[in-house]
Design a protein around this ligand. Structure first.
Ligand code: GLV
Ligand code: MG
Length: 320
């Protein structure tokens, strides 16, 4: 199911209060942009930011990028106006609303209801605006399964590390890096895996959050490689320099992509009559079977979605 969703290797954060950044984001190579009304926008600037975002979306020029707006969370006084102003003003030019600090299925259900009413009023297809749910505290993580299944609109589950670290009293100020004193593993492993399990169980995309040291590209890559290795689909980027790194890290490596396509072709052939109707067979030095095909489908699917081309086609062994 995840394979049918559009790629979100790089999800670019753009503060809605800055028209220059909004304009610049249109030309960047991110798979997704999210125009922010929440924590990157000061309270007094929120009404103006809504107007900037509606203008930027309706003007167009976003290419193939997924266009998402992050509204304020339900504990504030801003959420309903954010949603109404953005969706009424630019719903035809919008793919999803990102809801931060989601703690329960009810938070998602409330947004779903509001979106349905606006879609009916304006005449958009009901359900066309999707939802991205940010998990940013302990309660959200505990309820992540119910959150993922609270509405068919939910497409992604996103880890919000900065708010999450604050909410659990993690003893550090550096987002994404290990807290000093914890030297026995990865302090984020459980959280990332919990989110990933919910995403995979319910066919959603799992997205890793920001890395705030924007001048440290090596650090960004190191942290991104970890969530990519587990199976995450993408990561937030806060700066143009992080975009290419995220696109690369969350795509398969060329030799893995080639190998995956070879496994698919080879297994297809070996299971056919011409190939001897074998359920397991040797591909070079490697034994492949149905489970190999499933792993290869994941890697090949990500590569195809990223527009990768295989280096050379696989050919069946000479008969005899
Ligand atoms: C993102 O919203 C975060 O809190 O890390
Ligand atoms: Mg946050």
């Amino acid at each position: 199911m995840t394979q049918t969703l559009r790629p979100r290797r790089s999800c670019l954060a753009v503060p809605g209060s800055n028209p220059r950044f909004l304009e610049k984001a249109k030309g960047l190579d991110a798979d997704q942009v999210f125009l922010d009304l929440e924590d990157a926008v000061a309270p007094m600037a929120k009404p103006g930011a809504r107007k900037n975002i509606v203008a930027a979306l309706t003007e167009g020029g976003w290419g193939n990028k997924l266009r998402v707006v992050r509204v304020n969370d339900w504990a504030t006084q801003w959420t309903y106006r954010d949603v109404i102003e953005i969706v009424e003003g630019a719903g035809a030019d919008l793919d999803a609303i990102m809801l931060p600090k989601v703690q329960s299925a009810e938070h998602v259900a409330a947004l779903d209801t509001l979106l349905t009413q606006i879609e009916k009023t304006i005449g958009y297809e009901v359900g066309s605006i999707r939802i991205e749910a940010q998990i940013e505290n302990a309660l959200g993580l505990i309820n992540v399964d119910a959150i993922a299944t609270a509405s068919p609109r939910v497409e992604t589950i996103i880890f919000g590390p900065a708010d999450f670290m604050a909410s659990i009293n993690m003893k550090t100020l550096v987002v994404g890096e290990q807290p000093p004193g914890y030297d026995v593993g990865d302090a984020y492993h459980y959280i990332l895996m919990r989110i990933l399990m919910a995403a995979r169980a319910y066919g959603k995309q799992a997205i890793d959050g920001p890395y705030l040291q924007i001048r440290d590209l090596d650090g960004f890559r190191r942290v991104a490689e970890r969530s990519a290795a587990l199976g995450f689909d993408g990561k937030w980027v806060l700066h143009p320099d992080q975009v290419a790194a995220a696109n690369e890290v969350f795509s398969p490596r060329q030799d893995d992509y080639d190998h995956a396509e070879n496994i698919l072709d080879a297994y297809d052939w070996f299971t056919s009559e011409a190939g001897g109707e074998k359920g397991s067979a040797m591909l070079g030095d490697e034994m492949i079977d149905e489970a190999s095909r499933k792993m290869a489908l994941v890697v090949a699917g990500k590569g195809r979605a990223a527009g990768m081309q295989r280096t050379e086609p696989w050919t069946p062994p000479e008969s005899g």
